[in-house]
Design a protein around this ligand. Structure first.
Ligand SMILES: NC(=O)c1ccc[n+]([C@@H]2O[C@H](COP(=O)([O-])OP(=O)(O)OC[C@H]3O[C@@H](n4cnc5c(N)ncnc54)[C@H](OP(=O)(O)O)[C@@H]3O)[C@@H](O)[C@H]2O)c1
Length: 267
């Protein structure tokens, strides 16, 4: 899909990877539609984009609220028309063992990112199907490829998101709409301050990978969209691990567990 001249809807655009994607897409000539809960941060980004001659529109919404998503999408369709590209990037979730996870937090882990992506796609799809073109990119985590200890609810939610993207691709066969997944390694965003305790739970295996800036992650994702890639796993060291895991899953699974976190108390 061409970035220049496209309307790109980006969730989680108030910080980190989503904000960097929006800024880069606007610089490349896209009209960007910014979604997240924090209106001042979205407004600030839109002001920066306008100052450099770009085009940005702000729609604050809690994406885990299905009715709010429906209402926001109805406004977007009426005011701007259907987007050409949708980047479902919003995400949160702490890495916890099952017994550390309250029932409320377990439900929140499923609500964001999986249900949020489902609600948004469901609301946008009829208008995008009518036009018979469009591109959905789902931003996921390495946890959607291989599990490590101490991130159980988070990992299950990421597999749900991965399954949703796969099933949606099958649903949209021959419709002109495309579906892709992006899996970045560690990115120096505010994710780990927004989700306390999480960084310390990363397996030692993850330390072999370089940390990317949100701008580097955004650049790779926009390149994936421009090239119509279906699955983009980056940086290259993570892609190598992914390829080894694909053909010989045992050793990578073992390393993720062996270098992973241990339970805080003895069992
Ligand atoms: N950072 C990493 O190392 C890394 C690695 C792999 C994948 N990822 C994935 O990349 C995506 C972006 O993360 P990031 O690193 O940029 O983290 P971040 O800076 O914490 O950004 C998360 C974004 O999601 C939005 N969000 C959270 N809950 C929301 C809700 N209920 N409704 C609407 N928006 C919501 C936040 O905005 P508001 O708070 O304003 O709503 C924020 O814009 C996530 O899906 C994350 O899992 C991150």
């Amino acid at each position: 899909m061409q970035i220049k001249g496209s309307t790109i809807l980006i969730t989680g655009a108030s910080s980190g990877i989503g904000a960097a994607c929006a800024a880069a897409a606007a610089r490349a000539g896209a009209r960007v539609v910014l979604l997240a809960r924090t209106q001042p941060a979205l407004e600030q980004l839109a002001t920066q984009i306008h100052a450099t001659g770009g085009s940005a529109y702000v729609y604050p919404v809690d994406l885990t609220d299905a009715a709010a998503v429906d209402a926001t999408v109805a406004r977007i369709l009426a005011e701007l028309g259907p987007p050409d590209i949708v980047i479902s990037n919003a995400g949160s979730g702490r890495w916890l063992f099952v017994e550390e996870t309250s029932a409320t937090e377990a439900a929140e882990l499923i609500a964001m990112p999986y249900l949020a992506a489902f609600y948004l796609t469901r609301a946008l799809l009829p208008a995008m199907l009518q036009r018979r073109r469009g591109y959905f990119l789902f931003v996921n985590s390495p946890a959607a490829l291989v599990a490590w200890p101490g991130a159980t609810g988070y990992t299950a939610a990421r597999w749900a998101l991965r399954g949703f993207a796969e099933a949606l691709r099958a649903d949209l066969h021959s419709t002109g709409l495309r579906v892709a997944t992006a899996i970045p390694g560690k990115v120096s965003s505010s994710y780990f301050t927004n989700n306390p305790g999480t960084e310390a739970r990363a397996p030692g295996l993850a330390r072999l990978l370089p940390t990317l800036t949100p701008e580097q992650a955004a650049a790779r994702m926009l390149r994936a969209i421009a090239r119509n890639e279906q699955l983009v796993v980056f940086p290259p060291a993570l892609k190598l691990l992914y390829l080894i895991h694909r053909f010989a899953p045992g050793p990578v699974r073992w390393l993720a567990v062996a270098t992973g976190t241990r339970r805080p108390k003895a069992w």
